[in-house]
Design a protein around this ligand. Structure first.
Ligand code: COA
Ligand code: MG
Length: 285
């Protein structure tokens, strides 16, 4: 199952946000039943979300081609709310779209609990603690897990509890998470930027995360979607270069091994990456 470049977090308790998100340019909307929703609003959140999904007002939620896909973030399997979330999800029994379920505070035990209780649903493990980062490799290897997400604010909060109160540099944690996912052929989504009025900050952060190997990024406000889509799309200049390289290859059957293409060395892994860029650019919405 594919990832999104932009994954818009939408508290399930807000009908207005849900409707707005469904017609946004986000690749995915992450309907949230966890941190984005107050304890008092959680029951409403379940009801509203299911009514919304059942009404299919999400531009044909199931396999939408032109609208966003939907993922659902439930409460941690360690909480009582998880049992209520799972019971509510049992009512969303459609077989044509197995809505991926995001497991917060993922750890081996919590993901196993979720996998047992939510059979057939694809899972996304949210890496939010030092412990879950240490287990990221194993979590990504779980066949039910389709990808990893970085819960950066929760990660920083747990690190602060270990004395790292001034920690801001999460580069190592991010790189480790990306590689753990890729080791099992899975993707990784970067955490959100809470400062939704700082466009320059978002541009800088998202392009750095794309360069580190993330496939996409959580957004918390619609104003962040366009920039995130752009940051995680293949760079237009690289796609042009790749198209020209592939055209040259098609015209010249003798090109093999390593060769000189416009002053640069090209060999099989370079060609492989060029093919992927062209395919991704063609498939981009
Ligand atoms: N999804 C869909 N629509 C959203 C949205 C979201 N996450 N955030 C804002 N909007 C909509 C608003 O409804 C408004 O549209 P409208 O005028 O047609 O109603 C428009 O975008 C502008 O919103 P704005 O007034 O700037 O934001 P706000 O003050 O209402 O809300 C937040 C700000 C941060 C509270 C809100 O964006 C939010 O709840 N984000 C998600 C937080 C979350 O899920 N966190 C946990 C997961 S990381
Ligand atoms: Mg959290």
């Amino acid at each position: 199952m594919s990832h999104g470049r932009s994954v818009l977090a939408v508290p399930g308790s807000s009908q207005r946000f849900l409707v707005k998100a469904a017609t946004s340019a986000a690749d995915v909307i992450m309907i949230d039943w966890e941190d984005g929703v107050s304890g008092a609003d959680k029951p409403t959140s379940r009801e509203l979300t299911l009514a919304f999904l059942n009404a299919r007002s999400l531009a044909e939620v199931t396999g939408a081609r032109n609208g966003p896909h939907a993922w659902l973030r439930v409460n941690s399997p360690e909480t009582e709310d998880f049992a209520l979330d799972a019971a509510a999800l049992d009512q969303w029994a459609t077989t044509d779209y197995q809505i991926p379920v995001i497991i917060p505070m993922a750890a081996t035990e919590t993901v196993n609990t979720a996998a047992d209780r939510l059979p057939h649903r694809p899972l996304i493990a949210m890496i939010e603690t030092a412990k879950s980062l240490e287990q990221a490799r194993e979590l990504a290897a779980n066949p039910r897990v389709i990808g990893l997400m970085f819960g950066e604010y929760d990660y920083l909060a747990t690190m602060a509890n270990s004395g790292s109160l001034r920690m801001t540099d999460t580069t190592w944690a991010q790189a480790r998470l990306v590689n753990a996912a890729a080791a099992s052929g899975k993707w990784a989504i970067a955490g959100p930027n809470a400062d939704f009025s700082d466009n320059d900050g978002l541009r800088h952060q998202a392009s750095r995360e794309a360069e580190l190997g993330f496939a996409g990024k959580l957004c918390i406000h619609p104003s962040q979607i366009a920039m995130v889509n752009k940051a995680f799309a293949p760079a237009p200049a690289f796609v042009r270069w790749a198209e020209e390289l592939l055209a040259e290859l098609g015209n010249n059957q003798t090109l093999d091994g390593a060769f000189n293409f416009r002053g640069q060395m090209v060999d099989p892994p370079v060609i492989d990456r060029a093919r992927t860029a062209v395919r991704m650019a063609g498939g981009a919405r």
